[in-house]
Design a binder for this molecule. Structure first.
Ligand code: URA
Length: 212
């Protein structure tokens, strides 16, 4: 597993306001979108492209465009939805699939309650969006599901991570030959006893969409 922590003052600045409990939902949504666009730049560094010919007003030249099949972006519902617009901004021709996962707040067990994805992901580059890599349970399950559909090129984009979640993911993937890349805004201090990232930003879904 390849973990990449984006190290940029604009990312740190936006994360600070995202964490602040006084930040309201509309501002939180805007900041999350802007952050994902910055992280998407790093996450798409190895996006597959192919050459094609164009003519500038001055001369012919060779450019590049995204290869087919197009990448697929998979936000994990609900909080991952708040990252979708920022990612699509950089990859407008990507397809979008959905995975609905929820964790039981008592046991911290993760279960899947919805999915809308192609049956066959063979040869597709997949970008998972999940703002909080906390215990790692959701990402482990999502990666498991996507690989069972044939995905072999997976990048997860997360705003914040706990060291415990990264370790869990690393342990789960240690036997796997599937190259998984994880792009993070930053790594926080720890998880608390309720499975929240500390200092974190609270419940990302609630802060994006309210307590529903
Ligand atoms: N999910 C969240 O929304 N926040 C956390 O801190 C951990 C998991």
């Amino acid at each position: 597993m390849d973990v990449h922590v984006a190290d940029h003052p604009l990312i740190a600045h936006k994360l600070t306001y995202l964490r602040d409990k006084r930040t309201d939902s509309p501002t939180f949504r805007r900041l999350a979108e802007e952050l994902v666009t910055l992280l998407a730049y790093e996450a798409t560094r190895d996006v597959r492209v192919e050459p094609f010919e164009i003519e500038t007003p001055v001369a012919p030249t060779t450019g590049i465009k995204l290869s087919n099949p197009k990448p697929i972006i998979v936000p994990i519902l609900r909080a991952g939805l708040g990252m979708l617009d920022g990612m699509v901004k950089l990859l407008p021709s990507a397809e979008v699939g959905f995975l609905g996962m929820i964790r039981n707040e008592e046991t911290l067990e993760v279960s899947t309650y919805a999915n809308r994805l192609p049956d066959d992901l063979t040869g597709r580059q997949v970008f998972i969006l999940d703002p909080m890599l906390a215990t790692g349970g959701t990402l482990v399950m999502a990666i498991d599901y996507l690989t069972s559909k044939g995905a072999r090129d997976i990048t997860a984009v997360c705003l914040l991570a706990a060291p415990e979640g990264i370790k869990h993911l690393e342990d789960e993937l240690s036997e796997s030959d599937i190259p998984v890349k994880v792009v993070l805004g930053t790594i926080d201090e720890k998880l608390n006893e309720k499975g929240y990232i500390v200092p974190g930003l609270g419940d990302a879904g609630d802060r994006l969409y309210g307590v529903v």
